[in-house]
Structure formats: structure tokens, C-alpha cells
Design a binder for this molecule. Structure first.
Ligand SMILES: [Zn+2]
Length: 194
């Protein structure tokens, strides 16, 4: 479990910024972990802002909603650059579904952290073919802290790092994940991949 290295209530102008990445497959609890960290920042009376790509319309337009329905208010944005404009004077910036943002997210996140903000990103590290999902690899390389969370293989019960797409669509972005995907371990992913 991630424990903040130096929790404090100073304003962002007094602090060193940092980047944290929470990555993993579908059903791995990425958003739950993001929400946990953001709630802890709020308890520390830090100013928190949360963003998600407006492409993700699965649930409520203005909420980051995880699968256990433990939700937190968020702002949907179309482009990564919008986050720079909207982050303002907040201390902590949360970004959900980071893999759906454009590559400009890399520069945006770096700028926010260099301003002294704590930036926490959650996103899919691999697509449905098991390939790295841009821009997550670059974000993971730049981050001070990377946490990989795992799902449970829905076929054999092992730890799972892969997202198996059940439909035959080749579109990289398919939302409505509960019906369209299942978590798989490496062995079962290779067996079941179409
Ligand atoms: Zn398995």
C-alpha cells in the first residue's frame, strides 16, 4: 500500500512537486486507489482537483466513478492542455483514465509537478492486445512513484495483469468495460486472445 513519503499541509508554493502513477489492467482497482490517495490529501486539507478525459462517459459526466461506486467529483476535459489552465492554485491534481489523453499529457504533467504540485495519475498500462498504452509508459518513466495494481484472472483465479476483450472490435477505445472485458493472467490471456 502506498504511504505518502512526506505528508504535510503546506501550500504548493512551498513544496516539491512529484508524479505518482497508478497502473494496471481493467478491474485492478486503479480508480479506487486514486480516490483513496485523493481523500487522504483532502483530510490533510490540501486543495485537490480531479480531471478525466471527456471521452469517458460511462457513468456520470462529472464524477470519477470506480466500480465499487465510491465516487469523487471530477472535471471532464477534452485535451490534456486544458488541465494546465484549470488546475489553478490546487496542491494535488488527480487524473483518471490517463491512457485516453493525448501525448501532450506528458508535458502537462511535468509542468504541474515542476510548479510544486503533487500529480497522481491512474490509467491502463496495456491495451487489449497486451501492448503498452501511450502515454502511460512515458508517464511511468518520469514518475517518482509507480504502483502496479493487479486484478484477479476471471478464468483461473491467479493475479491478472491483462485485459481480455470479449468482443471482436479492433477499435482501441471501447468503453462500457464491464461487458466488453475480463481480467486474465498471462497464460489465460494468451490462450483466449483472439
Ligand atoms: Zn488465468
Amino acid at each position: 500500500m502506498f504511504v505518502e513519503p512526506s505528508p504535510n499541509t503546506n501550500k504548493s508554493s512551498d513544496k516539491k512537486g512529484q508524479i505518482e502513477v497508478i497502473c494496471g489492467s481493467m478491474f485492478s482497482g486503479k480508480t479506487e486507489e486514486l480516490i483513496r490517495r485523493l481523500n487522504r490529501a483532502r483530510i490533510a486539507r490540501l486543495k485537490v482537483e480531479i480531471f478525466k478525459p471527456s471521452i469517458d462517459k460511462r457513468y456520470h459526466e462529472h464524477d470519477v466513478v470506480s466500480h465499487n461506486e465510491n465516487s469523487i467529483r471530477s472535471t471532464p476535459v477534452q485535451f490534456a492542455g486544458d488541465i494546465l489552465l484549470l488546475a489553478g492554485d490546487c496542491d494535488v491534481v488527480g487524473i483518471d483514465e490517463a491512457q485516453f489523453f493525448d501525448l501532450d499529457l506528458i508535458n502537462v504533467v511535468q509542468k504541474l509537478a515542476n510548479q510544486g504540485k503533487r500529480v497522481i495519475l491512474a490509467g491502463l498500462d496495456m491495451d487489449f492486445e497486451g501492448k503498452p498504452f501511450e502515454p502511460m509508459p512515458q508517464l511511468m518513466a518520469m514518475a517518482e512513484y509507480v504502483t502496479k495494481v493487479h486484478a484477479i484472472c476471471m478464468k483461473c483465479g491467479s493475479l491478472a495483469a491483462f485485459s481480455l476483450r470479449l468482443s471482436s472490435s479492433m477499435d482501441k477505445v471501447v468503453l462500457g468495460e464491464k461487458e466488453a472485458y475480463e481480467a486474465r493472467c498471462r497464460k489465460c490471456f494468451l490462450e483466449d486472445k483472439k
